[in-house]
Design a protein around this ligand. Structure first.
Ligand code: SF4
Length: 338
């Protein structure tokens, strides 16, 4: 039996066709699930009894569970328990432009970035689409809000779970249902080049962020094992191709690690690496955790790094810090969940 929140609008149309029912049932069902947020078939009054019976036989309506919520000013971190007992997290952030949700895409992560708390837990499995959809709907219902922006940047590497993540995007952007703005969705990758190439054809309206974190191949390989597979020069080529093909600006995330990637020389090298790319660099002050020995770059050096990029014509911002009191900041998910 499939979970009902795995299904795109188009797959429901096919389903109703396959049971010799009307295609417009897909609209009715999506309307109940995602506009009215009714999950009990018995309350769906314009669907016939016999159709309801078929849906009941073919689909399961079970939900993951919120088991803990931590709050700190403009951030809320949710811990979920999945049906098999695994746990994942999502982080909600209030900005002046809207409310964003950082969604997890895997249980653990195999990419092994040296600075990342989430990656310390090896991947147990990919999340199914419904487990991502339910992160969103359960938090919206818990707080009675509408989330405006989604970033797929929580635990996991989205391109290592490509099909389920892409189905998730299809479901949440469907006009017939949740209807989030496609341009308000960002997928963040550590640099899986085949994923980038596929993504630019499949979803050229969705934002792409690359976790870059180093200005050259040597430093990147030291802190991001994926760089040994997809090397920095090839990654840069792929990002240029992405920008050319989609006409969209790309974001580079750059975590500032003291003595590792934060010198003035690194800033100059980064500026020269990115000079021909329509991009935006997001400098992220590192959040120190108990288990990892990296140190946060001093504020004065973050500003010096920022100035060098700026003077060299790179669009750059320093990420406002969120949630470090609840371990919800970047790279801190799953630091202390028990
Ligand atoms: S930074 Fe992202 S890709 Fe790297 S280990 Fe952490 S969760 Fe995985």
């Amino acid at each position: 039996m499939k979970n009902i929140f795995n299904e795109t609008y188009e797959s429901f149309e096919d389903y109703f066709k396959s049971i010799n029912d009307k295609k417009y049932r897909a609209t009715q069902l999506y309307d109940f699930l995602y506009k009215k947020r009714i999950y009990n078939l018995d309350l769906m009054n314009n669907i016939s009894k016999s159709t309801k019976e078929k849906i009941k036989n073919d689909y399961d309506f079970s939900f993951i569970k919120i088991i803990k919520k931590q709050e700190d000013k403009d951030v809320k971190k949710y811990l979920f328990e999945l049906l098999d007992g695994n746990r994942i997290e999502s982080v909600l952030m209030y900005h002046n432009y809207g409310i964003s949700l950082c969604v997890s895409s895997q249980v653990g992560c195999n990419m092994g970035c040296a600075f990342c708390e989430s990656g310390r837990l090896k991947k147990a499995r990919n999340l199914e689409t419904y487990e991502m959809v339910e992160q969103l709907i359960l938090i919206e219902e818990d707080l009675n809000i509408r989330i405006t922006h989604i970033v797929i940047m929580g635990i996991g590497e989205p391109f290592d779970n490509y099909d389920n993540v892409m189905n998730f995007i299809k479901i949440i952007t469907s006009r017939k249902g949740i209807d989030k703005g496609i341009r308000h969705i960002t997928v963040s990758t550590c640099g899986i080049i085949p994923g980038i190439e596929k993504f630019m054809h499949d979803f050229n309206q969705v934002n792409l962020a690359i976790s870059l974190h180093a200005p050259n191949n040597v430093i990147r390989s030291k802190i991001m094992p994926i760089n040994k597979v997809y090397k920095l020069p090839d990654l840069i080529k792929a990002t240029k191709k992405y920008v050319e093909n989609t006409n969209r600006r790309i974001t580079f995330e750059y975590i500032m690690l003291e003595g590792i990637n934060d010198s003035n020389e690194c800033a100059k090298e980064l500026a020269s690496l990115l000079k021909d790319i329509n991009c935006y660099v997001n400098l992220i002050p590192y959040n120190e955790t108990e288990n990892i020995e990296f140190k946060r770059t001093k504020k004065v050096q973050i500003l010096a790094f920022y100035d060098i990029l700026k003077k060299n014509g790179i669009n750059v911002t320093i990420r406002r810090e969120f949630g470090s009191n609840v371990d919800a900041a970047c790279g801190q998910l799953r630091a202390k969940t028990h």
